[in-house]
Design a protein around this ligand. Structure first.
Ligand code: 5GP
Length: 113
């Protein structure tokens, strides 16, 4: 299996503005930000998308959300933020390595586009 784009970022083969890293997750700034703060948080162990996650991924998925909240705090998003996971073509997924978008720094409209 070839490495995903986000594995290459984690391996420092592709540069990115990394804002947080531990043994399980990596967080870095999105290259095409959709808000003043737009960070992706990614589990280092590849799950292609949330639809392909299973019971064996339960702890990692919980960790991803808890770390997303921690990273949002580190980023100073005290007034709120939005977490987004895109799944499949209709969900707008473009990188097949599960990731959660952390969007903040402006008011987020609802419904989303
Ligand atoms: P998705 O559309 O799969 O939910 O999100 C993928 C995200 O990865 C997009 O927001 C896109 O801008 C971002 N992205 C794609 N290529 C790169 C890259 O090389 N570096 C960084 N930092 N972000 C990327």
């Amino acid at each position: 299996m070839s490495e995903t784009l986000f594995q290459k970022i984690a391996a420092r083969q592709i540069p990115a503005a990394i804002v947080y890293e531990d043994d399980q997750v990596l967080a870095f700034r999105d290259i095409h930000p959709q808000a003043p703060v737009h960070v992706l948080i990614v589990p280092k162990r590849v799950i292609p998308r949330i639809a392909e996650a299973g019971p064996q991924d339960q702890a990692l998925l919980g960790q991803l959300l808890l770390k997303a909240a921690e990273v949002a705090q580190i980023l100073g998003l005290a007034n709120g933020y939005r977490l987004v996971i895109n799944n499949g073509p209709d969900g707008g997924e473009t990188v097949p390595h599960l990731h959660c978008h952390i969007l903040g720094g402006r008011h987020m409209a609802w419904p989303p586009g």
